[in-house]
Design a protein around this ligand. Structure first.
Ligand code: KMH
Ligand code: ZN
Length: 273
């Protein structure tokens, strides 16, 4: 089995300080949280930008500061969000890709997102994929429901995307696929050959799905974007606390954790970072 790649989803677009007092918001806070997570075993940080008042933004300048702050403290891979927040325009969402980060997310379809609709028109998705190709950015394909994986497989066959593909199964969003072992097993069974994958279990699904992914040879994403609790009724004290638990479980299961450079190789990221 490959070494385990742990992604720290540090901030997200929706979680507030009221829900999680330790949420990193400013570029400086995100840089420090990234360093703590790298120390605890993360090799990727999935980042979202916020304005000073905590509202989400896709500002190129704020992402530039975040990337600089992360790189100041650690060698971790930076993956920017192109999902942003519900209601943002595709043009806004694409802005951080022009900074040529090593990775960016690419949502593979539209999904109900709680009480909202997270819009991903196929025409926009193609523009996003093309921009990532042009800037040498490795997409992580966000799969909220099974048809999105079918779409990715079709795009691969049509040459709209080049393999090996890397997927993130985001399971447990109200409106998307359930955060259950059965859902994860089904998605795994449908992967194009040679793909890598990680799982982001939402809320209470984070720990069981992360543990299952370790056993199945996948990778794991944890962090405040997806879950603010350490266990039922107990808030996590930091993103790093969630990372450290997954790293411990993986080591107990005899699966070593990848360094950022090992993750770069496993994900076939471009050279030169
Ligand atoms: N905030 C969600 C609407 C991503 O980062 O690419 C979308 C999201 C996915 O978080
Ligand atoms: Zn995100």
């Amino acid at each position: 089995m490959q070494k385990l790649i742990i992604t720290a989803a540090l901030t997200g677009a929706e979680v507030t300080r009221e829900q999680q007092p330790a949420l990193p918001i400013t570029p400086e806070e995100i840089g420090i949280a990234a360093a703590e997570c790298a120390q605890a075993g993360a090799s990727i940080v999935h980042v979202h930008a916020r304005n000073a008042d905590g509202t989400p933004t896709q500002s190129r300048e704020v992402y530039q500061k975040i990337i600089a702050e992360v790189k100041k403290h650690s060698n971790v891979i930076v993956q920017v969000s192109t999902g942003g927040a519900v209601g943002m325009t595709p043009q806004e969402r694409l802005a951080p890709v022009t900074l040529k980060p090593e990775m960016a997310t690419l949502s593979m379809g539209t999904v109900n997102f709680g009480g909202d609709v997270f819009m991903n028109h196929p025409v926009d998705m193609e523009v996003f994929a093309e921009a990532m190709r042009a800037h040498g950015v490795k997409p992580e394909l966000e799969i909220f429901d099974s048809g999105m994986l079918t779409t990715a497989t079709r795009w691969l066959k049509k040459g709209l995307m080049v393999g090996p593909l890397h997927f993130d199964f985001v399971l447990g969003i109200p409106g998307g696929m359930a955060g259950t072992p059965e859902a994860l097993m089904y998605l795994k069974s449908q992967l194009p050959e040679g793909s890598t994958w990680t799982v982001a279990g939402i809320g209470a699904a984070q720990l069981p799905l992360g543990t299952l992914a370790i056993l199945l040879g996948g990778h794991v994403r944890v962090g405040f974007e997806d879950n603010v609790f350490y266990r039922k009724g107990e808030l996590a004290v930091s993103n790093a606390q969630l990372i450290a638990r997954i790293a411990r479980i993986s080591l107990e299961l005899d699966r070593p954790v990848a360094t950022p450079d090992e993750a770069r190789k496993l994900l076939s990221l471009r050279e030169g970072h």
